[in-house]
Design a protein around this ligand. Sequence first.
Ligand SMILES: Nc1ncnc2c1ncn2[C@@H]1O[C@H](COP(=O)(O)OP(=O)(O)OP(=O)(O)O)[C@@H](O)[C@H]1O
Ligand SMILES: [Mg+2]
Length: 418
Amino acid sequence: MLATSGQGGSDLMVSFLEAEVQNLLPDGTMPIETQQRLDRLFGGETVAKRIVSVKIWRPDATVIYTNMAKNIIGQHFVSTDVAKAASGQIVAEFKDMISAESAYEQSLGKALIEIYSPLYKTGTKSVIAVGEIYEDASDLDAQLRSSRRETWIVVCLTTLLMLAFLYLIVRRGSFTIAVQRAELRERIADAQHMASQNERLRLEANEANEELLGRIGSDIHDGPIQALTLTRLRIDEIAEIWSDKRGSMGSVSLYLDEARSALGDSIDELRHLSTGLVLPELDELSPRELVELARDRHEGATATRVELDFGELPQTLPSAMKICVYRIIQESLTNAFRHAGGVGQQVSATVRDNALDLRISDQGAQATVQPGGLTSHTKLGHRGIRNRVQAFGGTLRIVRTEKGTEVCVLLPLDQGGA
Ligand SMILES: Nc1ncnc2c1ncn2[C@@H]1O[C@H](COP(=O)(O)OP(=O)(O)OP(=O)(O)O)[C@@H](O)[C@H]1O
Ligand SMILES: [Mg+2]
């Protein structure tokens, strides 16, 4: 844009000034008439409006004409712009006038374009003077300002848009990260929950296994093993009678009957165990009948007497509790027979404080030598009783006195079949 303005100014000078500098005086100055003509020319309103000031220089940078600050005519200035124009170049500058020669123009406080143009001797390429013209550049300045403002607005808007866009991207990104983090946290919590659930289930399964194994062990111990133990006792006794020829054949046949009965019981028990590990025949029995059945079987297998003492009893019991009661009586009576000679055996059952109070006692001396020298290596009986009682949230007390032993069991009835 500046180059175009410069070119326009130069053309103007070529047209108006070049003709006037053809007749410079021999000392290089400009004749007065020429100066006056130029003054008139640049004093005209149309030109003056656009052309703020005009100077003509000798190529050695001496001012030979100016239409405004006449006092600098004849003065020499050091000017690279004049030197360049003297060498044939057109020089255009905008707003950076700092030289002393342009003091007047600077004082106007206007935006100006300063153009230096070589003035040639007609028909030659020899520069005889340099024309300098100051054009009013307010329009250009305003245009520059407005384009600069527009540029800034565009830059600001673009920057704002980009920042907003970036902000949205970052917001969305951080939102996505937050959502993913929350999902991850949820999944970790789920996994932890599942892991702890698995661990709990594993422990429960272990416990259930242990309990089942314990129950099977107890059932085998309390059922067939007891019956087989009694059978063996009887067979041992028969063998002794046989070898010593002591006792009568009557007692041999009695012992054989008992052994047969105990064997039959153990076979039945094993059958029941193998079919479902329960004692189905107990299901139909009332608590009283249950105790009586245990008593009858013990008496049948041992040929001893068991006293019964009943208080108030419920009509029925949960079947799991029936098995528990039956096994406790069975084991305790077997102990009474094996370790206390079956002396003064008694079973009492009653309900007290919403609990079944069961007692199995004997009056045999403590640490009685086992009949037939049969010794036990297992000693699982009391442990089995304790486990069964615990399973129902009950309590167990085994009281040993000089008179004998009493097994006291309390089974809470509101626990149901727990
Ligand atoms: N009624 C009792 N009179 C005297 N001692 C007893 C009586 N009951 C148990 N005992 C003693 O307590 C011990 C533990 O009894 P427990 O029933 O646990 O084992 P066991 O009868 O020896 O063997 P298992 O019952 O496993 O066949 C017995 O060995 C015995 O010494
Ligand atoms: Mg025992």
